[in-house]
Design a protein around this ligand. Structure first.
Ligand SMILES: NC(=O)c1ccc[n+]([C@@H]2O[C@H](COP(=O)([O-])OP(=O)(O)OC[C@H]3O[C@@H](n4cnc5c(N)ncnc54)[C@H](O)[C@@H]3O)[C@@H](O)[C@H]2O)c1
Ligand SMILES: O=C(O)C[C@H](O)C(=O)O
Length: 313
């Protein structure tokens, strides 16, 4: 029996739980939230779609009752506040650091062997906080950002190419921030053809820019941040772990020298399987990409330093 807990049953958490159930990724999905009755209500609503959609996953909800999350294989942390239009993700650190830290500690009491997938923003820093405060092996703490950013990159590429997004390959590495993301345009392909041979440099630059501010664009349109693609990206990461798919997905992981960086969680391609991070993949970057990665890491280090200021580390 496989069990996944999703902490935070708001927009992203509930969407993630819904996708996990619809795709029967786990036998059991538990949602936990501090808001009285919300997880229970959303779980019941989702279970009333089971016969319509034909899934067998059992979804339950609870109000801050960590006992119900016991022995989860994977726990997805989405608890915390989302940004409003005009804000950066980094501005959320003051509120979200306390929430993520206490949630992670509670989770570990009941699921000591769980693999944690951190979604709350600023995601790279929240992943680093979870890793530092729990002291778990680094293969068990994974930040979800690159899966979403890469999906957005493929979407914008498919729009520019006028093709099916499922036939486009591409990855985004670096921090999950408006200015720290690095869409790897050089390595993106459409049916094996480098997109740089199919799109003008100007168009490709537009795609890269749209990808980097993809979250901000949606936040402006919606008045709060996005949830359908973020929830689905969380479920995609969980599936590769739980089903031992060994997919290569850019995730925020702890680096110890890889890509020339250490003491940081930041987005790089990893192989995800039953042990969480099975391997960090080191791509051969160009000098320009290396410089962008170093600048991205410097910005993430700066946000991490604020964890001390807010008393989280
Ligand atoms: N990493 C990514 O790619 C990515 C993508 C989208 C959103 N996010 C982030 O995910 C977080 C959630 O976004 P959302 O749109 O779902 O927000 P939301 O407000 O819809 O939901 C957040 C939920 O967390 C709950 N919560 C707060 N404190 C809690 C606690 N201590 N324990 C349990 N639950 C608690 C709230 O009650 C709320 O229901 C935000 O920080 C957002 O910035 C990250
Ligand atoms: O943009 C945000 O603040 C939420 C999330 O990180 C996203 O990229 O959708």
């Amino acid at each position: 029996m496989s069990k996944v807990t999703v902490v935070g049953a708001g927009n992203v958490g509930a969407t993630c739980a819904n996708v996990l159930a619809f795709n029967e990724v786990a036998d059991e999905v538990v949602m936990l939230d501090v808001k009285e009755g919300v997880s229970e209500g959303k779980a019941m609503d989702m279970m009333q779609t089971a016969q319509l959609l034909g899934f067998d996953t059992v979804i339950t909800g609870c109000t801050n009752d960590y006992e119900k999350t016991a022995n989860s294989d994977v726990v997805v942390i989405t608890s915390g506040i989302p940004r409003k239009p005009g804000m950066t993700r980094e501005e959320l650190i003051g509120v979200n650091a306390g929430i993520v830290k206490s949630v992670a500690e509670n989770i570990l009491k009941y699921s000591p062997n769980a693999i944690l997938v951190v979604i709350s923003n600023p995601m790279d820093t929240m992943t680093y906080l979870a890793l530092k405060s729990l002291g778990l092996p680094k293969n068990r703490i994974i930040g979800m950002g690159g899966a979403l950013d890469s999906s957005r990159f493929k979407y914008f590429l498919s729009q520019a190419l006028g093709c099916n997004a499922n036939e486009v390959e591409g990855m985004v590495i670096g921090g999950h921030g408006d200015t720290t993301m690095i869409p790897l345009a050089r390595l993106a392909t459409y049916k094996g053809q480098p997109v740089s041979t199919l799109l003008s440099e100007e168009k490709l630059n537009e795609v890269v820019a749209a990808t980097m501010v993809g979250g901000a664009t949606l936040t402006k349109l919606l008045g709060t941040s996005a949830w359908y693609a973020p929830g689905a990206a969380g479920a995609y990461v969980v599936e590769s772990i739980l089903h031992n798919q060994k997919k290569m997905i850019p995730c925020s992981v702890y680096l110890e020298g890889e890509y020339g960086e250490s003491d940081i969680c930041i987005g790089v391609p990893v192989i995800l399987g039953k042990n969480g991070i099975e391997k960090i993949v080191e791509l051969e970057l160009t000098e320009d990409e290396k410089a962008k990665f170093a600048a991205s890491a410097a910005a993430v280090h700066k946000t991490n330093a604020a964890l001390k200021e807010v008393g989280a580390l």
